[in-house]
Ligand binder design. Sequence first.
Ligand code: ATP
Ligand code: MG
Length: 238
Amino acid sequence: ILDVRNVTKRYDSLEVLKGITLGLNKGETKVVIGPSGSGKSTLLRCINHLTTPDSGEIYLDGEEIRDANINAMRARMGFVFQDFNLFSHLNVLDNVRICQMKVKGADKKAATHRTEQELARVGLEEKAGAYPAELSGGQQQRVSIARALAMDPVVLLFDEPTSALDPELTGEVVRVMQQLAADGMTMVVVTHEMSFARQAADEIIFMENGHIVEQGSPDAMFTSANNERTRAFLNVIA
Ligand code: ATP
Ligand code: MG
């Protein structure tokens, strides 16, 4: 359902992505790991054209993503950022509701109903009237996930969704993500949460230096990664 073919990206002399190819079937969860600077965020940003790739193609549901159709395509991809990216002047209800109304043209009643459903899904139905500053980081991130879900995304992209959180708040966000994976959401997750990777990933992709060095099932990667660099990385973080 998501097909990334030979995507490259450079910033001046720095080749950040050196030909990335990966595919994602409906309902799959792929976890991307790798050292800082290996190109993980750039890959996610290229997928939804927050950054334009230099070459290669990206297909969503069989249709190539291009600058010309990017708004329509982006509406079908949810993006969850490390730093939540909520609108600080809007309460939780409006944060989740506004994109449904502005981007999808949902009417207020339908958007409100959907918002209530998604807030319940992430365990925050009590917080609809709260402002982001009144929430913990874990709660803010769950609002951000609810906002993405309310758009009915074909695929959800997560860029280190828990790395700004204290360890005790990481768990509540990881549990929501595990539930999404179990419910059959299609997701690409950049994370160092190895418990999530082990439990929820269909495949783990190890990136280094703009390349995919190795990919495989969690079992294969944790027990018998072929590549020495992958093993060394997993030993440090797992
Ligand atoms: P981290 O784990 O620290 O988040 P990452 O794997 O997500 O790292 P990227 O953010 O994709 O890495 O960055 C890859 C490389 O590209 C880095 O060397 C970074 O400095 C460089 N880079 C990223 N964005 C830009 C930009 N807008 N302009 C110039 N260089 C950039
Ligand atoms: Mg990054």
